[in-house]
Write a protein that binds this ligand. Structure first.
Ligand SMILES: [Zn+2]
Ligand SMILES: [Zn+2]
Length: 158
């Protein structure tokens, strides 16, 4: 019997263990990735997915082979630490580095993308953004609508 998306996403009431939806599943993995963040000003994790398959992951971290904020201190610029590459950007870069096509994919990120990451996401061809909590830039909502990029909040319990 073919399994539809919908059926699969609804936990069976008779099941002894509740099956989580795909959105919650991938958001939890994004949250797990956030635990690798190296700047304690903001822990963010991201996972890029297509066809229920993880293509790439990322977290907020320093440039490869550069010291972490926890060792060298933050690099402050206008009240933001700019030492790190954001989780969403790192997930896109990991795909590029490995030659993984992410056009048409979904990105799960524990915090809504900043304006710079949003621009990268849009031009990478990602069609859906799921975020765990609102971060700081609400310009993304209007522009996402214009570009027909779906923007969905996916909450997972702490
Ligand atoms: Zn930092
Ligand atoms: Zn960002």
């Amino acid at each position: 019997m073919p399994i539809s998306d919908k059926e699969d996403d609804v936990p069976s009431p008779t099941a002894s263990t509740k099956r989580v939806s795909w959105d919650v599943y991938f958001m939890r993995i994004a949250r797990e990735a956030s635990l690798r963040s190296t700047c304690d000003r903001k822990f963010v994790g991201a996972v890029i997915v297509r066809d229920r398959t993880i293509l790439s992951t990322g977290y907020n971290g320093s440039i490869r082979n550069m010291p972490h904020c926890s060792e060298a201190g933050h690099m402050m610029d206008n009240n933001h630490c700019v030492a790190t590459i954001h989780a969403e950007a790192n997930a896109i870069l990991q795909a590029a580095k490995n030659g993984v096509m992410i056009d048409g994919a979904t990105i799960y990120t524990t915090a809504s993308p900043c304006w710079n990451c949003f621009k990268l996401i849009a031009n990478a061809g990602i069609r859906r953004i799921c975020y765990g909590e609102f971060y700081r830039d609400d310009r993304i909502f209007e522009v996402a609508k214009r570009l027909q990029i779906h923007l969905d909040e996916v909450r997972v319990e702490a």
